[in-house]
Design a protein around this ligand. Structure first.
Ligand code: BGC
Ligand code: NOJ
Length: 825
């Protein structure tokens, strides 16, 4: 175990290199990394499992992966090594031969998997160069034995027929359409190229190729598994040409290595789309022969190891630049490593993937979520504001002109998914949060005037106003208009809690809980949406103030105050805020309920929305969270859990007690409580709560926790579950963005605002201080915070470049480096 070990027998953080080092392949669950940052992506586990897609995991899947396979995580970027008849894989799977050493380094946008056996080491570095639609694997093979070796290496990837659902369901067609071509070291997967596609997949090898296979049946066998694939065990490629069935890409590379000799070569997997690159040449160069000009250029470009290394360096500097926008040095090693590296990295993944493709999301079911993507943006916007801008306009265009939104949309087409539809009545409000956070980061108020139509009324179709600002107004107006008997916002299919389905009343197991028929004249209302509305309205009102539109600011603020009065009047239960009213107008999340007496979301959003600030209720509600919901593994979603299915409440009551929305620890909503503690100035609580869900603290209990210790998981089993403390659904969760908000803005208190950078930390009293480097609107601020009086909150003095300034907002200073000194007290 290394010095960085947190008591985890499977691996450790390498903070300096920004890598997580897995030292045993048989991790408690497959531990995943993502390759790719722009449009070309790969999933890559610590045993090289996973797949690759371009832009859309459903519609442009390039390599195949079988979800829920046995064993877990089979299929990937495999290399089979045949060293004098001994066959093994550097990533352990699929052969699972015992090696003399194994290591997987998951880094930022790359993974390096290496093993050594019998004096032969093989190392495979996999990554996607920034801005390119291809993936590279650099392979280094070294003979450290005292004898010469002849080594054969067989690559293996199964091609996917692009449309992933069809690929895994429609064999009567797909097993007859597969086509490939082989030329030199390059295998071209060209299925459907002859018809409506103008793209193909290239799998090339720059090493000494001595054979190939493109038929899975020939390479693996009909009755064999990947662990006993015929060709690598025979040590001879069969040069098979796939016609139909399942095309694969496999190169046989033969290496003769003297003692001590090391050789390096590469593989490239590229998505070649003629339309995308503007290729004007003929589609075919001869009957059935595809025009490979673009593919040949790709092969040429990466024919030298130096070119591969240079691409890798570009990736390294891409991440150095991104992360350089926020770096902290504090007394807490967990907060440091998460905020400096892994949390920001995860925010890139959630920004790119939304909830589409992970070990728990098949890339088929969901595209980009409306509420999800708006929230994901909050943790991403400081890295690449330009991409956040583009995303905001895409998301907004899936809002309908009445204010409701498509709940999800497909990244390739940017069209709303009709099967899920809309009517989740929180969705539109998140847009206000993402837009304001983008403007606060970038200062680009111009985005408000960006032309932006609605999904049902495209831009130019005659709406009076078609700007982004109009979308924000529409969102606020919708919630004000759609309210129930208590004056609270109607809930629709669900609010943030997708499983609180108060209008769907499903009794039929073959339908979705969320979209099953709506109850007629339903009265179901959401306290959480009311809280979220308070927050969104305050954001918009502040934005108007900043823009100098006093009347608009007041108009929105009046609506906010109306909602606040209502919430305080109808949603206070004595010690906490209630959660909702059901379709019949009966309360949920109250002492008067037998189960589900107290919920987390309404405490978080009421407090963040400013409720209870003047009357002590905010503190009371938070103390109730502490008393009834807090555990050492995080805050459970509600208590007590539901023990039986109740169709009036829906999916929330479908889960066994202690998991998911039924009293599981749903990390995402924990963050709102963390921010609540920060608002109340409780820095010790904030850090304690943050630690309770921080994956880096879980290394010492990893056999219980099981998920990756370097990224947040959506859910940890709650105290009512037999597996209390077991995490699930890692990577794609709103927790990523929100914990970055908690740590960077709540605890370290570096808060972008419309007019500048606000500094308002909330830290444990015992901290002597901390330092942050923050790039903001072109300037770099080196911020030193000192805490001589042992307080949690409150800026006593603030100076920039030695000059004291009033208040706690750093002005926008343009380019240059600035020293900021902050004294708390
Ligand atoms: C899950 C929710 C999720 C929803 C999406 C439910 O089964 O429990 O967390 O948001 O599905 O459709
Ligand atoms: C996961 C979904 O992606 C998100 O939209 C939802 O808010 C949470 N589950 C809670 O149900």
């Amino acid at each position: 175990m290394s010095q960085n070990s947190g008591g985890n027998p499977y691996g450790h953080f390498d903070d300096e290199n920004r890598e997580y080092v897995v030292t045993r392949p048989d991790t408690p669950l497959p531990w995943l990394n993502y390759l790719g940052q722009d449009e070309f992506f790969g999933l890559c586990t610590n045993t090289a499992g996973g797949y690759t897609f371009w832009k859309d995991a459903k519609l442009r899947r390039l390599t195949r992966y079988r979800y829920n396979n046995v064993p877990y995580d089979l299929g990937g970027r495999y290399l089979y090594v045949n060293d004098g008849g001994s066959v093994w894989n550097p990533g352990w799977k699929p052969v699972k031969a015992k090696t003399d050493g194994y290591e997987c380094r998951h880094g930022l946008g790359y993974s390096v998997i290496s093993s050594v056996k019998d004096g032969l080491s093989v190392s495979q570095t996999m990554f996607v160069p920034p801005g390119e639609n291809l993936e590279l694997w650099k392979v280094t093979v070294k003979n450290s034995s005292s004898k010469p070796k002849e080594v054969k290496i067989y690559s293996y990837q199964e091609f996917c027929f692009y449309e992933a659902l069809n690929d895994m369901t429609n064999y009567q067609r797909t097993w007859s359409i597969g086509e490939v071509e082989v030329e030199g070291g390059a295998i071209y997967h060209k299925t459907e190229y002859r018809e409506r596609r103008n793209h193909y997949t290239l799998f090339g090898c720059t090493g000494p190729v001595t054979g190939f296979d493109t038929s899975r049946d020939a390479f693996v066998g009909i009755h064999e598994g990947l662990h006993e694939a015929k060709v690598p065990f025979a040590g001879k490629a069969s040069n098979s040409k796939a016609f139909g069935w399942n095309p694969i890409g496999s190169h046989e590379v033969t290496l003769h290595l003297k003692p001590g000799e090391e050789l390096t070569y590469a593989y490239v997997l590229a998505y070649v789309d003629h339309d995308l690159v503007g290729f004007q040449g003929e589609k075919f160069t001869a009957p059935f022969v595809i025009n490979k000009a673009v593919g040949i250029d790709v092969m040429k470009k990466y024919s030298s190891v130096a070119a591969v290394d240079a691409a890798f360096e570009r990736l390294r500097s891409y991440w150095n630049t991104n992360l350089g926008n926020f770096q902290v040095s504090s007394p807490d090693p967990h907060a440091n490593r998460m905020a400096n590296t892994w949390n920001q990295y995860q925010c890139m993944a959630t920004f790119n993937m939304s909830r589409s493709a992970s070990m728990y999301e098949t890339g088929i079911g969901r595209g980009m979520g409306f509420r999800d993507s708006n929230q994901d943006l909050l943790g991403f916007v400081h890295m690449i504001p330009g991409r956040a801008r583009e995303r905001i306009l895409d998301i907004a265009a899936t809002q309908l002109s009445d204010g409701t939104c498509y709940h999800q949309y497909q990244p390739l087409t940017k069209k709303g998914n009709a099967d899920v539809g809309g009517d989740f009545y929180d969705d539109h409000l998140w847009l206000v949060l993402s837009v304001c956070s983008y403007i606060k980061e970038s200062g680009d108020t111009g985005i408000l005037e960006a032309p932006c139509g609605y999904a049902d009324k495209a831009y130019g179709a005659g709406l009076e106003k078609e700007t982004l600002l109009h979308h924000l107004e529409t969102s606020i107006a919708y919630t004000m208009a759609k309210r129930g008997p208590h004056g609270l916002p109607l809930i629709g299919h669900a609010d943030w809690n997708d499983c609180l389905n108060l209008n769907c009343h499903s009794t039929e197991p073959n339908e979705s809980f969320q979209t099953a028929g709506d109850v007629k004249d339903s009265k179901a209302e959401s306290v959480m949406i009311a809280g979220l509305f308070l927050y969104a309205a305050r954001e918009l009102s502040d934005l108007y103030t900043f823009l100098g539109s006093k009347n608009d600011s007041q108009r929105i603020d009046t609506q906010r105050r109306t909602m606040l009065d209502i919430l305080e009047t109808v949603a206070w239960d004595g010690e906490w805020y209630t959660r909702a009213y059901d379709a019949e107008g009966k309360v949920i999340g109250s002492k008067s309920n037998d189960e589900g007496k107290i919920f987390i979301e309404s405490q978080g959003w009421a407090v963040l929305g400013g409720a209870g600030a003047d009357n002590g209720r905010a503190r009371k509600a938070m103390e109730s969270v502490h008393k009834h919901l807090y555990t050492k593994n995080g805050v459970v979603l509600q208590q007590p859990p539901y023990s039986t299915y109740n169709k009036a409440y829906g999916e929330v009551t479908s889960y066994p007690p202690g998991v998911k929305e039924n009293a599981g620890i749903f990390s995402h909503n924990n963050t709102w409580i963390h921010l609540g503690w920060c608002l109340l100035g409780e820095g010790d609580r904030a850090l304690e709560y943050y630690h309770s869900i921080c994956p880096s603290t879980k290394e010492s209990q990893i056999d219980t926790y099981r998920s990756e210790p370097y990224v947040y998981a959506q859910m940890t089993a709650g105290k009512d579950a037999p597996c209390f403390g077991e995490a699930k659904n890692s990577w794609l969760t709103g927790t990523a963005a929100w914990t970055f908000v908690v740590v960077s803005q709540g605890i370290f208190g570096i808060q972008p605002d419309f007019g500048g950078l606000r500094i308002d930390p909330c830290i444990p009293k015992a901290w002597p201080g901390f330092e942050v480097t923050r790039k903001f609107r072109g300037a770099t601020y080196h911020i030193e915070v000192k805490n001589p009086n042992g307080v949690s909150k409150g800026v006593k003095t603030l100076s920039v470049d030695g000059k004291p300034i009033r208040g706690n907002v750093l002005p926008v200073m343009g380019k240059g480096e600035h020293r900021v000194e902050v004294i708390l007290g």
